[in-house]
Design a protein around this ligand. Structure first.
Ligand code: PQP
Length: 405
């Protein structure tokens, strides 16, 4: 190759598609494929953002926090120019060194050894829930009756929330995840109710609002030890409340949908229940409940030959990377026999999901009970998507559960 062409940046593919349109949010696969085929970096002209649809570049951006910062927001909005809708998160929307102390506190709090005391309790809660659901007859909505109900039974108690107002949790999370996208009709839908959700959530973050034995109290105790400031403590509690419910609800929705549509995989799980954890990871890869996150370029960056200007927003398509045929064999298949590790459904690098052990424990509890008690999960109607700017979500998964034995 002559030297003058060797260094010439390749022309950047562009697209005027709206990845946040109702059609794409409901059925993102075709867009993901088209963007992966268009190139490793695609300029989305409608929002002036640089999209990464393939695995290697998504992985590279996630693991290069110096050049792809989170502190200017991990949604479309650029905090350098736009005022955030709420005080930025100390975890998600922060870079080192500010990010490190809150991260360390949550890492300890949510690490597997710290969760051990919850395991028995969450398994017995899963037993009771599955009992109740089966006692009402074979048909149920697996989304509302299981995927939504289970996290709501275990997580708010684990945080130490009081009994009142818990119905605000899901709508608040839904609003926060919409806020990572553009100000479309999904964001407008919460304009009236939003401030009420926010006020309730903020009020739950005070020390007085939290029980003495939950995650919340332990965040405040970390402030007593000097690991956080007293200013930071309520915002770290807010992170738990923002991140901890909708994500696991839609993660469980993804795995239940996967099994309802893949009866042979349910059969395999029942024969080999030790696969529950692989099953959840594979469902997170296959559905990617959190579909996207953004970064902001801190310098001009050349990635796969494409120039991204300093200050530009970079859209990482986690769901597309998780189905990149360059990385995964037969990526559209949900298959417990593959090794899904390395998927970016929980991110990668310094921001990789700090709550993933909580999510995995919830999934393990619910799935292991279901695998024992339910012989077959049969679809019993058309599943309904719930549209959200960030999450691949359900509102309804009608099924018939065939009890075992
Ligand atoms: C996917 C932190 C994490 C978790 C926050 C916050 C919000 C959302 C998430 C996204 N998140 N899994 O407010 O700190």
């Amino acid at each position: 190759m002559p030297p003058e062409t060797a260094h010439r940046p390749s022309p950047l593919p562009t697209s005027d598609v709206d990845p946040f349109s109702d059609e794409v949010l409901a059925h993102p696969d075709a867009l993901h494929q088209a963007l992966r085929e268009a190139g490793p970096v695609v300029h989305l002209t409608r929002y002036d953002v640089y999209a990464l649809p393939r695995y290697p570049q998504v992985h590279a951006a996630l693991t290069d926090w110096q050049r792809f910062q989170s502190g200017a927001g991990v949604g479309l909005s650029n905090f350098r120019h736009e005022k955030p809708w709420r005080r930025p998160s100390l975890l998600l929307e922060a870079d080192p060194p500010l990010h490190d102390a809150p991260r360390r506190v949550l890492r300890e709090l949510l690490a597997p050894p710290a969760l051990r005391r919850l395991r028995e309790q969450w398994l017995s809660t899963a037993e009771s829930l599955v009992d109740e659901v089966l006692s009402r007859g074979p048909e149920c909505d697996a989304f509302t009756a299981l995927a939504q109900a289970f996290p709501l039974r275990v997580f708010p108690d684990a945080v130490g929330l009081g009994p009142d107002g818990r119905e605000n949790l899901l709508p608040y999370g839904n609003m926060a995840f919409n806020a990572f996208g553009p100000a479309n009709h999904l964001v407008a839908a919460d304009a009236e109710r939003g401030p009420g959700f926010s006020a309730w959530v903020d009020a739950q973050c005070t020390r007085e609002a939290l029980s003495e034995d939950g995650f919340g109290a332990r965040i405040w105790a970390a402030a007593d030890c000097g690991e956080l400031t007293y200013e930071q403590a309520p915002l770290v509690v807010r992170s738990l409340l923002t991140a901890g419910v909708d994500t696991t609800v839609h993660g469980l929705g993804a795995v239940l949908y996967a099994f309802a549509t893949h009866p042979e995989q349910w059969h395999l799980l029942r024969a080999r229940p030790e696969l529950v954890r692989v099953a959840f990871d594979e469902a997170v890869r296959w559905q990617s409940p959190v579909q996207i996150f953004f970064r902001t370029a801190t310098a001009e960056v050349t990635i796969a030959g494409a120039r991204i200007p300093e200050g530009a927003k970079v859209l990482m398509f986690l769901g597309s990377a998780n189905r990149d045929p360059g990385r995964w064999d037969d990526p559209d298949r949900f298959d417990l026999r593959r090794d899904p590790s390395g998927h970016v459904g929980f991110g990668m690098g310094i921001h990789q999901c700090v709550g993933q052990h909580v999510a995995r424990l919830e999934a393990e509890a619910l799935l292991s009970v279901l695998a024992r008690r339910v012989q077959r999960i049969e679809r019993a109607g058309t599943p309904q998507r719930h549209l959200n700017n960030t999450m691949r979500a359900w509102s309804s998964l009608p099924v018939r559960l065939h009890p075992a034995g």
